[in-house]
Design a protein around this ligand. Structure first.
Ligand SMILES: [Zn+2]
Length: 114
């Protein structure tokens, strides 16, 4: 007979039941799974693209805008290869848009000086 201890109510079960008779918690549920059942991570390049894109509004628009666009395209390529792994596709898209806006704003800024 298998002994299982409920992780919620600490009831010791000596039956073959897959669920705790006291609180209904599954003994085979480790509690870490997401609602989709697939664990995802944030793509760091997408996040960096977003952050740099925002920074580009304030300073070095041409440089940071270009970096944001490059990081975003790299992130999007990684996301195409492993679509189910990453959960921040929006960040890559926003980073790309911000990068383009930064470039345009930076170009106007440079044009205003010279
Ligand atoms: Zn229980």
């Amino acid at each position: 007979m298998v002994k299982r201890v409920c992780r919620i109510c600490s009831l010791v079960s000596e039956t073959e039941k897959q669920f705790c008779v006291e609180c209904g918690t599954s003994f085979f549920d480790d509690g870490s799974q997401s609602t989709s059942g697939v664990s995802t991570v944030a793509n760091s390049k997408a996040t960096a693209s977003l952050v740099i894109g925002v920074l580009g509004f304030v300073l070095f628009g041409l440089v940071l805008g270009a970096i944001a666009i490059v990081l975003s395209s790299m992130a999007k390529r990684e996301m195409r290869q492993e679509p189910s792994r990453y959960n921040n596709k929006g960040a890559a898209t926003v980073g790309l848009v911000l990068g383009i806006v930064d470039l345009i704003a930076g170009a106007f800024f440079v044009g205003a000086i010279f």
